[in-house]
Ligand binder design. Sequence first.
Ligand SMILES: Cc1ncc(C[n+]2csc(CCOP(=O)(O)OP(=O)(O)O)c2C)c(N)n1
Ligand SMILES: [Mg+2]
Length: 334
Amino acid sequence: MPDAAPEATAGPDLLGDAELLRRLYRQMVLIRRFEERVHALRQSGALQGSAHLYVGQESVAVGVCARLRWNDYVASTHRGHGHAIAKGVDVARMMAELFGRETGTNHGKGGSMHIADAAVGMLGATGVVGAGVPMALGAALSARTRGTDQVAVAFFGDGAMGQGLVYECLNMSRIWKLPLVFVCENNGYAESTPVEYALGTKHLAGRAEAFGVPAATVDGQDVFAVYGEMGRAVARARGGGGPSFLECQTYRYYGHFIGDDPRRYRTAEEEAYYRARDCIERFERAVVGRGALAEAELRAIDEEVGRTIEAAVRFAEESRPPAPSALTTDVYAR
Ligand SMILES: Cc1ncc(C[n+]2csc(CCOP(=O)(O)OP(=O)(O)O)c2C)c(N)n1
Ligand SMILES: [Mg+2]
């Protein structure tokens, strides 16, 4: 492994767009602070339940969602907080959901793995590996049938590349030329199983190409690389050109879920390698180093995000749990 961390790849067009740069940075930091706060709350016992943290992968959700409109669709995974935040779900309502409060996105009945908000196109997280992919396919088919130019995105992990339904969706999206972007977040592991053990090839994009779906492999720890490739995929989808597949190579810093702290299946050297490519630090080096944003601007964003997260925690703590009389509402369709 070479140990020199590469630069993020922003070209002059992106470096000249200060508003976009501020938005990308704020979203990445918002996800990271949210997740770190969730980790601390869980460790202290203030928060119950399971959570799969997204820390390390922020540049994937942010680079992808920065290309989407509010009414485009996203279907998520068990590691879904970052997707929801990047798509515009309110962090206070997300925190309330994790606390099981009635003000939460799912009125406190869903928790970490079911966060959904139809108002911003967040179709939902799911605990079933690969199950978000047909949801996104259905949303893409709906958009096409209604004649809108909306796009749907399916986020899924390398683990979902072993799920048959993903391949059925690749095929269906291609023959119907649906406006769907498959975003495979290859973080190297499915729980503790390395991708090299579970999959017979490192070339995941080749699997999509076999179905006739244009595919690309990108450095998922470089928000500009993700944003660039996603721009091509979204243009293809909105223009009637059908689906695309993006393999984003990335890494999760924490364990598979909160509780998988020893992480015995990977080495300290490997973790250090990916941390040296941290998406937020690389972004900062690129934009401050080349004078696109002042460091003081980034620190001001950090402070604002810190206040937003603390306000979200207060909102959650001060909200009530759902009333016992609401036990069966919103649980099953009537
Ligand atoms: C259909 C199905 N099989 C197995 C599981 C158990 N399981 C939960 S997460 C996970 C690993 C998923 O790995 P990946 O898709 O790479 O996502 P990551 O956790 O790395 O983000 C597994 C096997 C499940 N939830 N659903
Ligand atoms: Mg994985």
